[in-house]
Design a protein around this ligand. Sequence first.
Ligand SMILES: Cc1ncc(COP(=O)(O)O)c(C=O)c1O
Length: 933
Amino acid sequence: MSIAPQTSTRVDQFFTVAEARLDRWRSLLQAARSWEGSANQQDPEKVNHASNTLGIFQELLQWEDFFAYPGPVLLKTLSERIAGGDASGTVRLAQSISAALLTHSYRTNLNDWDSDESPTSLGDRLPARSEDGVRHRPYFEVLFVSPARPAVWNELADDLRKLRRPEDAFVYEPVFVSNFEDAILGTILNGSVETVVIYEGISFASSRNNPVLREFLTSHLLATGGVGASRQYALELAKAVKLIRPELDVFFLSDRAVEKVAGDISADCIRRVFYQVEEPLELHLSILDAIADRFQTPYFDNLQKYAQRPIGTFHALPVARGKSIFKSNWIRDMGKFYGTNLFLAESSATTGGLDSLLEPTGNIKVAQQKAARAFGADHVFFVTNGTSTSNKMVEQALLAPGDIMIVDRNCHKSHHYGAVLSGALPLYVEAYPLTKYSMYGAVPLRTIKKALLDLKAEGKLDRARMLVLTNCTFDGQVYNVERVMEECLAIKPDLIFLWDEAWFGFARWSPFYRRRTAMGAAAVLERKFKDPAYRRAYDEQAKKLGPDLDPKDASLLDTRLVVNPDKVRIRVYQTNSTHKSMSSLRQGSMVLVKDQDYHTVEEQFHEAVFTHASTSPNLQIIATLDVARRQMELEGYELVNRAIQLALDLRREVNTHPLISKYFRILGADEMVPTEFRNSGFVDYLTPGSNWASAVKALREDEFALDVTRLTLVCGSAGFDGTQFKNLLASEYDIQLNKTSRNSILLQTNINNTRSDIAHLIKVLVEISQSIEKRFADGGPEVEEAFGTRVKSLMEDVPNLPNFSRFHNSFREDSTSVTSEGDMRSAFFGAYREEQCEHIKLSSPEIDRRLKEGPELVSANFVIPYPPGFPIMVPGQVISAETIEFMRKLDVKEIHGFNATLGLKLLKPSYLRMAKMPDKREAVDESKLQPAA
Ligand SMILES: Cc1ncc(COP(=O)(O)O)c(C=O)c1O
């Protein structure tokens, strides 16, 4: 993440080096060109240009040690040209290197490794001859961390290249570093590194000046058990590398008792241990084999083979093999548009290695196991009907009628429907409002703890089975997942968590965000609960607060609670819309499971899958889920970092552009997350002085953080409401987005975006800003005044967001209860009888009369306006005056569950008098279940 200003020189100031490095190569080229120009014209500035070129080159060198290309030979040539005053030669070489880096052509093109004048000197560097179009061999880099003297690195690299064989499926180049710190930098900076080979005997400190890295190492890795006090840096390094990039393969070369290292249980992060001088070919093959393991996509690979087989189909899927299409008189264009492969790969069979999504035993099973490894889960289920379905599956599997589900009211509607389907009673918790922007943030931990403690006080804690939260929220607020789970588990040690990470699946591949994902945090907690120091902390707490927390003790809300490690069960589920942030076709989704007690719910889990999954799942979606996993395991780190970098660039450009920033602004972390939730003092990524160590600190400590890839662009200050601006961008500029608020739109960057996209958006914002200024210039003060009024209305006259009122007493077990859970399912089905419902128009005075005099207005269904997209009414909810006021002020057209002509759909008071919440289930008398003797 390039948080530092562009002038920064220290390599550890940057997180994603890729773009910054390219920029510097281009700066070098520009400087060299100026130098060349001045040299030709005998310009007196020549000396300055030469020294500028040298300065940029020297700055670049600190990055280049961590990359295989251009490598020491080309860099030496370039350095000699600069030192020798050869401006034209410098331009030529800088030009070819920067072009090769930009296009990645060096990964396949042998010539890129040659300096222009000595084309034969490097002839055997890369086995690129086999890249001659016959087949593409993916290229990667291997970081060798070796105590050997740098003088012998070239020789070692040559020895490695000699091991290459034509049949190798992949090709790699080595990068050498000699110590722990440089190895960490190499792992962080070089996204092409896929493998780290660590020799024993390395030293710790880098000779570079890396204060930010040091701070990160001591505050982050040390704290997470990465770098211990021991001097076994090699093993510590292996662990640290896996903490930063768990997908990397780590090999260990030792010249002592290798059996001991291999047998060390803390060495489970190492893929294989070698005796140092033995078997270099074995190491080479192991490196390739490990990459093949990640590269292999069992389902997709088999589907491709299947598509090539001559198969007669007598099952019900006419498009399979495409014969109904390609020969058709009328729909041939469909075949032309999609191409043959799509239809050759269509089948309704589950034979021929295609496996069955509902009961996988073959390729799908293996593909899911690989996904589990990649995402850090125990089990993964592929889902082909979107996360809307994944959520309902998990909820139906784990919740029974009468269970209490604590859930963010602002969550996706699938969860509300999940409550209806399962019969669980939702206990809604409120997110903090960002009224100014007509949106919600996330649910404060205090609110969640209060809900749990209240349930405990009322003797209902045992029924609180699940907590459902959206991480990150649509607008980008990210929970401190670890802390939320830890403190909730301190109150209820077997609480199940469902983290809806519909938008956040990619976060696994960012070391920044991983800790704030469901799986990342579950892994942290797993380690933490085993730590003897943690047990001591719990004992301390038990001494102070007693073994059983007193729910009436209000100080618990502000106490950082510790879990009883003997009682706790880690039960974490995550759903993610793989299609939203990775290369999966639309509706591709996954359920990730990390549940110690999964075996106790496995059967019902399968039932839920059977309930919701189509029996005709789309094969292409399954295949792309498999491929999306491959991509993320091999290049997710690089791609995600780039998406983050682009988001930061966009933020900076918009907020500092002299014209754009007069009318538009992208909200920073400080505006999306109120101060009280940022204990670390972190303000925003763009605040001067922020660097990646301060960002990591904030991500570790703060209650909420902002996912920078989700950018709330305020457009109300330019006189546009969100929907209007969204439509303008779509119709005039071909820019698509999907979420808006009253005065903002939500932009997001993902692994698909490029710098050109950012440039396009900036250009568009400049144009729109210019057109506003032109309107002022042409229309004079009246136009400006009208503009001011419109801006004020959008930015200041914002309706208050209504909180959840309560369920009607008919749907509550006990109307005096402090906790607000209710039987939404009965209310929902109550509305299925027309005679039990009534409609009243929103503008009717009858509404106001009923609000004042009763009987209470009770919603018969969900009412969800877009935007903001959360249910302002749910079935069984008593409608408050605030909700009516909000609805009357709403100026959006799309309101699901509300027909303006008919009015609000309500449950009739006569029905409500009859409706009774189902009696509490009676305890089952086991003896009655025994078969008669
Ligand atoms: C938080 C959240 N969860 C779940 C979903 C549903 O995901 P899908 O579109 O994959 O069905 C969405 C969709 O926008 C969402 O925002």
